[in-house]
Write a protein that binds this ligand. Structure first.
Ligand SMILES: Nc1ncnc2c1ncn2[C@@H]1O[C@H](COP(=O)(O)OP(=O)(O)OP(=O)(O)O)[C@@H](O)[C@H]1O
Length: 260
C-alpha cells in the first residue's frame, strides 16, 4: 500500500445550521485514493458532515456558521477568497436519490462539462463516453444516449449520476448513501463501481449498511450524538480495526449488532 496522504484535513470543525450546533469539534484526515466511510445512528450529522466537505451545506439553510478548518490539499475551503465552483467541481457529490435532469443521457453527463467551458463536439463526445464507461454503464446505454435519462432503471440512473460527477474530473467523490432504495442487484453494481473507482479517486461514503462498509472502505469514522445532541466523532481508524476491535464502547454497541 502506498503512503497515506491527506486529501482533506478536517481540524476542530464545528458546524451550525442557524443557531443550532450540529457538528462539534471534528478532526480527521480523509486520505487520498482511499475509501472512507462515515457511519452512525440516524440524525447524528453524517450527511451534514459530508456536505461540509464541499460547502454544499450552505445551499441548504439561510444561515450557517462554522468554526475550525476544512483543508483540501492545504487550502482551507472556508476561506473567503476560495472559488466555490472550483471546490465543488473537485469535490463532487452524489446524492442518495438520483437527481437527473429531464434531458437525454448524453446531455445529463454533458451538463457540468459545458458549465466549465466550451469544447469541440468530438472532445465532448470523448469525455462523455469515458465518464459513462468509468461508471460501468456504457454497454447498457450506448444505444440510448439521446433518449431520456429518466427512462433508465433506478440503479442505472444512480450510475449515470456518478458518470455526471466523473465527467468534470473531480479528485474527491462524496457519496451520500448511494445505494439508497436500490434492489440488491442494482446495489451490488453500484458497489462494484465504487470498487473500480477506488484506486483513482478519494471517496467518502455515508452508509447505514455495515457489511457494505466493511466490503468497500479502508477507513471508517463513527459519529454519535453527545448529551447536548450535537454530533461528535467517536472513533476513526482503519475499517478492519474499527469493526474487529473498536476502541470505544459506543462504536462496539453500534457496530456489532449490525454485523449479525
Ligand atoms: N437544512 C437544514 N436546516 C436545519 N437543520 C438541518 C438541516 N439539515 C439537517 N439538519 C439537522 O441536522 C441534524 C443532522 O442531520 P443529518 O441529515 O446530517 O443526519 P444523518 O446522520 O445524515 O441522518 P440520517 O442517517 O437519518 O440520514 C438533524 O437534527 C437535522 O434535523
Amino acid at each position: 500500500m502506498s503512503k497515506l496522504v491527506p486529501a482533506i484535513r478536517v481540524s476542530n470543525f464545528s458546524f451550525y445550521y442557524d443557531t443550532k450546533k450540529i457538528l462539534e469539534d471534528i478532526s480527521l484526515d480523509i486520505y487520498q485514493d482511499r475509501v472512507t466511510a462515515i457511519i452512525g445512528p440516524t440524525n447524528c450529522g453524517k450527511s451534514t458532515f459530508l456536505k461540509s466537505l464541499n460547502r454544499m451545506n450552505e445551499l441548504e439553510a439561510e444561515e450557517v456558521r462554522i468554526q475550525g478548518k476544512v483543508e483540501f490539499f492545504g487550502q482551507n475551503i472556508y476561506e473567503r477568497r476560495v472559488n466555490l465552483n472550483r471546490v465543488r467541481r473537485q469535490i463532487s457529490m452524489v446524492l442518495p436519490k438520483p437527481n437527473l435532469f429531464p434531458m437525454s443521457v448524453y446531455d445529463n453527463v454533458a451538463y457540468g462539462v459545458k458549465l466549465v467551458g466550451w469544447r469541440p463536439k468530438a472532445e465532448l463526445d470523448e469525455i462523455i463516453e469515458s465518464a459513462i464507461k468509468s461508471a460501468n454503464l456504457w454497454d447498457e446505454v450506448k444505444n440510448k444516449l439521446h433518449k431520456s435519462a429518466l427512462d433508465l432503471s433506478g440503479g442505472q440512473q444512480q450510475r449515470l449520476c456518478i458518470a455526471r460527477a466523473l465527467a468534470v474530473k473531480p479528485k474527491v467523490l462524496l457519496m451520500d448513501e448511494p445505494c439508497f432504495g436500490l434492489d440488491p442487484i442494482a446495489s451490488t453494481k453500484v458497489e462494484e463501481l465504487i470498487q473500480s473507482l477506488r484506486s483513482y479517486y478519494t471517496i467518502v461514503i455515508v452508509s447505514h449498511n455495515m457489511r457494505q462498509v466493511t466490503r468497500i472502505s479502508d477507513f471508517t469514522a463513527f459519529f454519535c450524538l453527545n448529551e447536548n445532541q450535537t454530533s461528535k466523532l467517536v472513533e476513526f481508524g482503519s475499517t478492519y480495526k474499527l469493526f474487529s476491535n473498536p476502541s470505544d464502547y459506543r462504536t462496539r454497541d453500534y457496530v456489532l449488532p449490525r454485523m449479525n
